[in-house]
Design a protein around this ligand. Structure first.
Ligand SMILES: [Zn+2]
Length: 457
């Protein structure tokens, strides 16, 4: 890579060797079983520590709980800019062994893929991040070049089970080691559609998850005498009204930019036009476009608050009419939206005094990261240097990630999944026969290396 006007004097890395090395790291880490619970991430952390130490890179290893690990490594820059952080988690979700066609912990290579639990989530990214550190050390620092920022590598535990020993622990106990201007985390997409590499979605903001209780009250009694005010049927009617209700359209700057960029490369004609409509500033066009896009559940979810009933509680015996029954709703607001306003709307929709709507678990909103920042631009340049036709779009995720904590803390965090994949491969995340295409592993490593080399030049 020739990075004009930079203090990075390095040559393009030897990518054939780097790819072999990245694959080796990934295979080693897949073979270290870190299914959480119990996690046992210390095995992976020790591997990372020895690999980076051998390369002459500063490392810090902590044990927040027995067998759990928090690992940090740092490449020193010249201090002219604030640090940049690249992170990944070492734990993986469990497997249904009988449904896999290969051993999930053998890291077998078959038909151009490496198979194994964690191949996508998140040991692939961990390997690409690790390789990025090694290449920056060898190709820049060891050759007399310099970085404008420290590059910090973090490997976390317990991401899949609440993160008690993960990023939260590091923020609380060692903030000085991880404080940075920008962070690259998991949470985006690099999507192949119809066999064509179409877009990179870089997560820069996310929905906020809350739990809302809907509780119906009414007269109790013996079930042998049916009562009109039965709370189970009352709750049922309330839920039916909620199901009919549609939260208003709410387009964040990220969502409009997302659809604006995506409309340039989208293949379906009707949806392409609808995306341009939603991205416009004309509210009538926005409404029109949203009616087309809301048929696609994930697009619907980025345009309005989502309300999903997930649990029911009520009754203790089959022959007793209870006096209360509760449904739990998982409500996901868009950044900048108030959950109190949503609850007020739900109360109005349900109507009547005998049904309460209360917030039992309130999520925390975090500011969106800037999609015009040097980090976002570096990701775009890096991705387009590999495939010029790629759209690189900011993306609001419907799921919650660790990045929210970082954003609240004042960092600009961005989520990537740098490996080009079609829907089928992506759906194997947390599922059976998880795998990453070997070519995508190489692409993703180049993309991360290129982004960090650019932002730290
Ligand atoms: Zn993950």
């Amino acid at each position: 890579m020739t990075l004009a006007g930079t203090s990075i004097t390095a040559q393009e890395p030897d990518w054939a060797a780097a790819h072999k090395e990245t694959l080796g790291h990934l295979q080693t880490m897949i073979r270290l079983n870190t299914v959480n619970p119990p996690g046992n991430e210390m095995q992976v952390a020790k591997y990372l520590e020895s690999t980076l130490k051998t390369a002459g890179i500063e490392t810090h290893l902590f044990e927040p709980a027995p067998g759990r690990a928090a690992f940090v490594a740092r490449l020193k820059g010249n201090g002219s800019k604030q640090p940049v952080l690249i992170m990944g988690h070492m734990d993986v979700v469990g497997v249904e062994r009988a449904k896999w066609s290969v051993d999930p912990f053998a890291a077998e290579i078959k038909d151009g893929y490496v198979y194994g639990r964690g191949a996508i989530d998140d040991k692939g990214m961990l390997s690409a991040n690790l390789e990025t550190m090694l290449l920056l050390k060898r190709n820049v620092i060891d050759k007399g070049g310099s970085l404008s920022r420290d590059v910090i590598f973090v490997a976390n535990s317990d991401e899949e089970q609440g993160g008690d020993f993960g990023m939260g622990w590091l923020i609380e106990h060692h903030p000085e080691l991880i404080k940075a201007e920008f962070a690259l985390n998991e949470g985006g997409r690099t999507r192949i559609v119809g066999g064509k590499l179409l877009y990179v979605a870089v997560q820069n903001t996310e929905k906020v998850s809350h739990v809302v209780n809907v509780t119906a009250h009414g007269p109790g009694g013996h079930a042998s005498i049916p009562l009109e005010g039965n709370v189970i049927t009352r709750l049922g009617r309330a839920l039916a009204k909620i199901a009919e209700h549609k939260e208003p359209l709410f387009l964040t700057p990220t969502t409009r930019e997302f659809f604006s960029q995506l409309s340039n490369v989208w293949q379906n004609k009707e949806e392409k036009l609808a995306m341009a409509d939603v991205a416009s500033t004309d509210t009538r066009r926005q409404q029109r476009g949203s009616r087309v896009l809301e048929k696609i559940p994930v697009f619907n979810a980025v345009m309005r608050t989502g309300v999903s009933p997930t649990m029911l509680e009520g009754g203790i015996r089959t022959n007793v009419i209870p006096t209360d029954a509760t449904a739990k709703l998982n409500v996901r607001t868009l950044p900048g939206q108030s959950i109190d306003t949503v609850v007020a709307r739900l109360k109005k929709v349900i109507g009547g005094p005998l049904v309460d709507v209360t917030i039992s678990d309130r999520g925390e909103d975090s500011p969106a990261s800037d999609f015009h920042s040097p980090m976002f631009n570096a990701i775009r340049e890096s991705a387009q240097s590999l495939e010029p036709s790629l759209a690189v779009v900011p993306y609001l995720s419907t799921g919650a990630t660790d990045s929210a904590r970082l954003r609240v803390w004042g960092m600009q965090a961005f989520g990537l999944l740098p490996f080009p994949m079609n829907q089928d491969d992506e759906d194997r995340m947390h599922g059976n026969d998880e795998r990453v295409p070997l070519r995508s592993l190489e692409f993703g490593t180049k993309m991360i290396y290129g982004a960090i080399a650019r932002v730290a030049r």
